[in-house]
Design a protein around this ligand. Sequence first.
Ligand code: IVH
Length: 679
Amino acid sequence: MQRDTDLQRIRHLRDLITYHNERYYQLDDPEISDSEYDRLMQELISLESRYAGEIDVSDSPTQRVGAPPLEKFESSVHLIPMLSLANAFNEDDIISFYERTRRLLETGDTIPFVVEPKLDGIAVNLTYVKGYYSIGSTRGDGYRGENVSENIRTIRSLPLKFRNSSHHAIPEKIEIRGEVIISRESFKAMNRARLRNGEPPFANPRNAAAGSLRQLDSRVTARRPLDIFCYAVGAIEGMTFTSQWEILQTLREWGFPVNPRVRRAGDIEECIRYYHEIAAEREHLPYEIDGIVIKVDSLPFQDRLGTVSRSPRWALACKFEATQATTVIERIQVQVGRTGVLTPVAIMQPVSVGGVVVSRATLHNQDEIDKKDIREGDTVIVQRAGDVIPEVVKSIPSRRTGREVPFHMPPECPVCGTPVVKLEGEAAHRCINMDCPAQIQERITHFASRGAMDIRGLGEKLVSQMLEKGLIADPGDLYYLTRDQLSGLDRMAEKSAENLLHAIEASKAPFLERFIFALGIRHVGEHIAMVISRRFGSLAAIMNASREELLAVPEVGPEVAGSILAFFGHEKNRGVINRLLAAGVHPRERQPDRGASSPLVGRSFVLTGSLKAFSRGRAKELIESRGGTVSSAVSAKTSCVVAGEAPGSKLVKAKELGITILTEEEFLQLLGAEQDHLQ
Ligand code: IVH
């Protein structure tokens, strides 16, 4: 009796844990807490151990927690070799590939392809027998790899058993190929934890994945955030496929993670479009890729094309330009930001990184420089990552000549000479002189910038010239500039002076949140500016808000509240605001808290394609001002995707996940009738 109940409970727990694994690892939308999950897992482990030897645990989720360490890895022969891919670096190479393919196939017709992201991870070969996971190995030399079965078993998103497919029988035996990766997010978290524990960080997600896969103790691997995407098959017994697309769809039906960005391309032009599209999206993807792969879809065509020098003639890897490069730091310059923070900036020999020439990169602060041991004169690796601001990854000490100079923050502000302070618990050094010319310049530039008052044509250079000539001293002065004053500036033709005056005039009715953001109050970024504008509705209400009132706003903590109070409590700041108002600058007021009744409250949006009515930035503001959120990638958590003109692969993913898709017209309707607010 007890036995029956236990066995039933085991079956139930396995299904439940498998379901929660899927929610967590594949859909990124967990339904239960980690501790609840751990409890289920513990219960299952103890029940299974009670029936050890009696019941089959090979496909149980408990098998993912790792097995006792190995002495060494056995080698494992691939039934069909794992080939490599021929490389292409530009459109011409892609077209040559296409022409050769047509020639070899002796066809004048268009050739359908499948296009996929080329994942930058570790290739693995997974053998399944009768639908059950049996061996997992690395690529090795292509013919034989290392048997890392226990390690691969710990990858939560990998099914240990096929899910039933309505279309296909389960093959007797099949080799499934894929790429083990670590997402950027997990990689960062993992390195943070390693640094905390005094362990050396990994250089990049690929190395981290490789290191994790090659652990002799799979319990260590089990704690690493490995993930996998499957994209090919090797040997198959007991069934056949006819196209690459069918392979991908079937793998997905069986429960294997298949990259959501894979796509069918009717002709080579579509492949080229995909190449550019993915190149543009590259830095926003949650994992690293180094190109795309183009594959001839039809397997009979693939057979006819065959293989030469270990690469199939039916596939092509189209690489993107590297986003890392090596260069030399000529010197380290210290910049003073608008809040007085001193930022060391590496001035480097110009180098092309991912197609963009880079000669400056932020070094963040002294701690960061010490940690990475970066010196003036060092040869370093630079990279352009997600946010396009170049970054120095590390120095290469082996290239040192002995002439490199370690860097120390200057004791005085390089601009105004005020002694620099370092506050307790902060990494930054600061110049605390509010009247430091560098701070003034940064404050005015920020005031005029795009997300703030958006005064077109008023950038850093112009602001610095105006300051030097004594035309302005604070943002308020901008609105009292005359044509004569402007035409006295370098390279300022009459037309440009005219344009600038127009731009200044046009900025006089900003949305309240932009005005608040423009003021450059410490800790008040675009988001907090929006939150408090929504809550208080007018500039006067914000200026007069008490600490209690500010603290009552969700997301406003003591630090933010203190900073807002200090800012408006400062005589000088009030003076600037009064001068702005007197010059005719009137932030648009809004009904306090209107966002709460909007249908957008609490919903998450993804924008794809271009909108006719306004820019993406403005669309984002409009959504956020109504209590919604905007994210860059589609996931199961997305409520709506707004599809403008020429939508990208986000639309495909949204369709796959069954997410509501809005046209631009529907989106405008949802935003409501406040048309004046839309522009
Ligand atoms: S197909 C014969 N598809 O690229 C074709 N490979 O240079 C077998 N890779 O070792 C590979 N993403 O590690 C294929 N979507 C993808 C891929 C991919 C990454 C890697 C794989 C392979 C290397 C070939």
